[in-house]
Design a binder for this molecule. Structure first.
Ligand SMILES: [Fe+2]
Length: 156
């Protein structure tokens, strides 16, 4: 679905892309944790601004890949499975929440970068909520979805 080349990527290719997106999100969590840990001291406005600009596009790209390519590939590899559909529904809900959270984080980082008066305790709390939730989400996908891609496809 949505493959411009017209050919579907193999499970191995999808696994590689998933690892790429998970690593990117891992690095994003680490970067946000780093900032949350150093608030309100050691503020690097340029770093906050870079992060503010990348947080939403980064999670959005991961979600698009998962929902347009990964989920379909897993359905093909595993066959029809209502449990799998429930998992995708839950992950879709988490994607939606994470994107609105990412927008708030981006806005907050912009404010910090521009020197606007910010409630640092609240900002740190919000950042922790974001990266802790995202890390749980990433761990689930790494532990449960990635192994499915290397399973032998079921005979139809
Ligand atoms: Fe995801």
């Amino acid at each position: 679905m949505n493959q411009s080349s017209g050919s579907k990527p193999s499970s191995a290719e999808v696994a590689k892309q998933l690892e790429f997106h998970l690593e990117k999100q891992d690095a994003l969590c680490n970067a946000i944790e780093d900032i949350a840990d150093t608030l309100p001291d050691d503020i690097d406005p340029q770093r906050c601004l870079r992060l503010a600009m990348s947080v939403l596009p980064l999670v959005h790209a991961a979600h698009r890949f998962e929902e347009e390519i990964l989920f379909d590939t897993l359905r093909e590899v595993n066959g029809q499975d209502s449990q799998l559909d429930q998992i995708f529904e839950r992950l879709h809900g988490e994607h939606f929440e994470d994107e609105s959270f990412a927008e708030e984080i981006s806005e907050c980082l912009r404010e910090i970068a521009s020197g606007t008066q910010v409630n640092f305790e609240k900002a740190g709390y919000m950042m922790r909520g974001f990266f802790e939730g995202l890390r749980r989400h990433i761990a689930f996908e790494r532990d449960h979805l990635l192994p499915m891609l290397v399973m032998t496809p079921k005979a139809s």
